[in-house]
Design a protein around this ligand. Structure first.
Ligand SMILES: [Zn+2]
Length: 175
């Protein structure tokens, strides 16, 4: 499990299993979010206490536990969920963070195309290498990302919720 690298005074989170998709979106916006699949409710509570994280859950019984800070998410779709998040934590809006790997929570490193030779087995398709100059590398799970149309659509929605800034959008794009 990975930790650290978040905005200093910003809460770190844990998402329950029902909020896996929300977890991936939050990581793209740079939030420090764990989502351990192997833990039951008591395990999640214990992890929240031990790591001083805020729990996001769809489970009322879990969100009512006294020993943890938790927010019950009612919405089933990501837009509704992100809206609930920003209503509960308005201070999360309008701040820049480094994007994190949606799969493992590691902060992504920006890598220029010419430096990809240092990244063995990156598996980036040849045609992507021709038109993308900037790539994002996860140094934990070795996955590589780039700002294709999918990423841009994700950024549009995160921007609409105020969860990424223009500065974040501009990072690593052609000057
Ligand atoms: Zn990763």
């Amino acid at each position: 499990m990975l930790d650290g690298g978040g905005v200093p005074d910003e809460p770190a989170f844990i998402c329950d299993l029902m909020l896996q998709k929300m977890c991936r979106w939050m990581r793209m916006a740079g939030f420090d979010v764990l989502s351990p699949k192997e833990l039951d409710d008591d395990g999640l509570v214990e992890l929240c206490i031990r790591t001083d994280r805020f729990l996001l859950t769809r489970d009322k019984e879990l969100s009512d536990r006294k020993m943890i800070r938790a927010l019950r998410i009612g919405s089933e779709d990501v837009d509704g969920q992100l809206k609930e998040l920003t209503q509960a934590f308005p201070e999360l809006r309008g701040r820049s963070r480094a994007s994190r790997c949606p799969l493992c929570n590691q902060t992504l490193t920006i890598v220029d195309r010419k430096d990809l030779k240092d990244v063995p087995d990156h598996n980036i398709p040849e045609k992507v290498l021709q038109y993308q100059r900037t790539f994002y590398l996860c140094r934990n799970c070795a996955k590589t990302y780039w700002k294709g149309t999918h990423w841009v659509r994700i950024e549009d929605r995160l921007k609409a919720h105020g969860l990424i800034t223009e500065e974040m959008r501009a990072a690593g794009t052609e000057k």
